[in-house]
Design a protein around this ligand. Structure first.
Ligand code: NI
Length: 184
């Protein structure tokens, strides 16, 4: 296994539509997923999509947030598909390993269903709300060449991570403090 280099905003691989994986059980896919897991573990963050490590294929990994905001188990999802389950849109702060140093407030579907394949080719199908739903939408956007700033509707809410505390204090808006480690 190895820690992989992260593509940063502006690299063409982040703007491509990633191709579907024909066989999730292929050793090359397992190797890619293992390297992505090691990379995410090394850098820290909630999730990672294959295009971020220069592989334009439809593979994402993410931690499912657990109780008390602890990092939960990691999911590897191949060829994921998302379906919104309500019209409700929520604003929340996000970061991205491909957009280092920045945080932005992004509208996302509050309640989604998602499905995809495991590395064994088994179907994974779940419903997600809140931060879980947000992480999955963020990672799957990477597979369609979309970075979170492209989803933002108010770019005055795109700020440097190092200014986050001051920004929130100035607005008496403590809502984002817990998202400080939310790089994806
Ligand atoms: Ni990201």
């Amino acid at each position: 296994m190895s820690v992989l280099k992260i593509a940063r905003m502006g690299h063409p691989v982040l703007q491509q539509i990633a191709r579907p994986v024909a066989d999730p059980s292929h050793p090359a896919v397992h190797r890619l997923a293992a390297d992505m897991l090691e990379t995410l573990d090394d850098i820290g963050g909630l999730g990672l999509a294959a295009p971020q490590v220069h592989e334009s294929v439809r593979v994402v990994i993410f931690h499912v947030p657990g109780a008390d905001d602890e990092l939960g188990p990691t999911t590897v999802l191949v060829n994921p598909v998302i379906e919104p389950l309500s019209d409700q849109i929520e604003l929340g702060w996000e970061g991205c390993l491909s957009v280092p140093g920045l945080r932005g407030e992004v509208p996302r579907h509050a309640h989604i269903g998602y499905r995809g394949l495991s590395l064994n080719g088994e179907t994974i199908e779940r419903e997600a709300e809140g931060y879980h739903a947000r992480v999955v939408q963020h990672e799957c956007d990477h597979l369609d060449g979309i970075l979170y700033p492209q989803r933002m509707t108010d770019l005055s809410r795109l700020i440097f991570e190092s200014e986050m505390r001051r920004y929130m204090e100035a607005r008496e808006d403590p809502g984002a403090e817990r998202q400080e480690d939310a790089a994806q």
